[in-house]
Write a protein that binds this ligand. Structure first.
Ligand SMILES: C[S@@+](CC[C@H](N)C(=O)[O-])C[C@H]1O[C@@H](n2cnc3c(N)ncnc32)[C@H](O)[C@@H]1O
Length: 419
């Protein structure tokens, strides 16, 4: 998508055309939708200097992205504007909203001196969340099309009193220009996802230096960022949504408060974005000894990936007086069953060294039909195992494959319902 075609969509007629297109038809019947748009005189009139095919393409792309954007932004995606790359890189609303809330709580004193700068604002997901909380925020973005998209989003969500965008290069930004600085470097280049932090734009060390020099700052990083790459002064928070690890947030300066590591688990319910009641945290306890190791107790705990990535499994186990099965593997067991968003808890019905023959006969004996297979530290091919087990009963059960030392084990488990 090019800027002139995108700008045409922002005119009154452009908005009318977008309003009239059924978003479902764009994905379900793209040929018929494109053909109808080609015949629509309003589309040709959007910009007489552009070929109709380009305008049709811009309308179709925007509508398709709005449909895709619902997964990240819920119903507000219907009013928003996107580019494919911008949507791909945007923070999902649940996370942006959560982070903006935490930022404003921690930055109260700092924000008395002015607003925030969102360096690398993209289409504006983080900036919009801050502005929604009443924080004055300026976004800095290098790509002119993305600048136009971010501005359109500010207008679409009625946030013009709090947010604005400046086209520019963050390498030229003075870190003290804003009392609060947020930066989410681009992790996608022309050839797709970039894994080497020195190839981010701006490079990770540049973003870190900006954050370290600011009074208060927050950086968004990939969820898999190695712990060794974290700045010594930063506090880190690993965030998951519905059991999937999404990102690491790093807090600097006046925002580096409380424990150095935190796991945050967010939940989205279908059709409804997260509310305050769906957040759970676990914080590092520097005085906690390593988790004990013991043979399996009655309940197995499978910690959320945010807990595992933040190296807080010992803290999680301590909450239920639990013990690891193996000191290198993130499963623990306990005699207490405590349902909590930080982990999944299962009742162990059988724990034994791995044997296909024995497991198959147990699956039959317990009447298992629907089987979930989970593994950590096991090389077993789970799909092959599922076929080999031939479950045919009516019970839903979970098989957990792991090892203790070098020896493979399995745990046959039942789910625990929240009471
Ligand atoms: C990961 S995206 C930001 C996503 C945003 N936080 C959101 O949730 O919508 C990074 C953005 O940084 C922009 N960018 C990359 N290098 C930049 C630079 N040197 N100056 C300004 N913007 C830059 C890219 O164009 C891209 O839009």
């Amino acid at each position: 998508m090019h800027l002139p075609a995108f700008s045409a969509l922002l005119t009154d007629t452009g908005r009318e055309v977008l309003e009239e297109v059924d978003p479902v038809s764009v994905t379900k019947d793209p040929l018929a939708t494109a053909s109808r748009l080609r015949q629509d005189p309003k589309v040709a009139a959007l910009d007489p200097n552009l070929p109709v095919s380009e305008l049709v393409n811009a309308v179709m792309t925007q509508m398709g992205l709005r449909e895709r954007g619902r997964a990240k932004f819920g119903d507000r995606a219907k009013r928003m504007f996107f580019t494919p790359n911008g949507l791909e890189q945007a923070t999902r609303h649940t996370v942006a909203e959560y982070r903006a809330r935490r930022t404003t709580e921690m930055a109260e004193a700092v924000l008395g001196n002015g607003g925030a700068g969102d360096l690398c604002c993209g289409l504006g997901a983080d900036l919009l969340a801050l502005a929604t909380r009443g924080v004055p925020v300026e976004g800095v973005e290098a790509d002119p099309l993305t600048v136009a998209v971010a501005r359109a989003n500010i207008e679409a969500l009625g946030l013009g009193d709090h947010a604005r965008i400046r086209e520019g290069d963050v390498n030229e930004v003075d870190p003290n220009a804003y009392p609060l600085l947020f930066c989410d470097p681009a992790r996608r280049g022309g050839r797709g996802r970039v894994f080497d932090p020195s190839a981010y734009s701006p490079p990770w060390d540049v973003a870190t230096a900006l954050a370290e020099a600011a009074e208060a700052a927050c950086l968004k990083a990939a969820p898999g960022i190695p712990h060794e790459a974290l700045s010594p002064g930063a506090h880190a928070e690993w965030i998951s949504v519905d059991g999937e690890l999404k990102e690491t947030t790093l807090w600097f300066g006046a925002l580096a408060k409380g424990p150095r590591r935190r796991a945050t688990v967010l939940h989205e319910r279908p059709g409804l974005l997260a509310s305050e009641g769906t957040v759970a945290h676990l914080d590092a306890d520097p005085d906690l000894p390593p988790a004990p190791v013991s043979t399996a107790r009655r309940y197995l705990y499978d910690p959320d990936p945010a807990v595992v990535r933040s190296h807080l499994v010992a803290e999680a186990a301590a909450r239920v007086d639990g013990a690891l099965l193996d000191e290198r593997i993130a499963y623990f067991t306990s005699d207490q069953a405590q349902v909590c968003p930080l982990w999944r808890v299962l009742e162990i019905v059988e724990f034994a060294p791995f044997s296909l023959k024995r497991l198959r006969s147990s699956v039959r004996a317990y009447g298992a039909g629907t089987i979930t297979i989970k593994k950590r530290g096991s090389a077993v091919d789970t799909e092959k195992l599922r076929r080999a087990l031939r479950p045919s009963g009516s019970e839903s059960m979970t098989i957990v494959l792991t090892r203790i030392g070098e020896r493979p084990f399995y745990l046959l488990c039942r789910g625990i319902e929240a009471s």
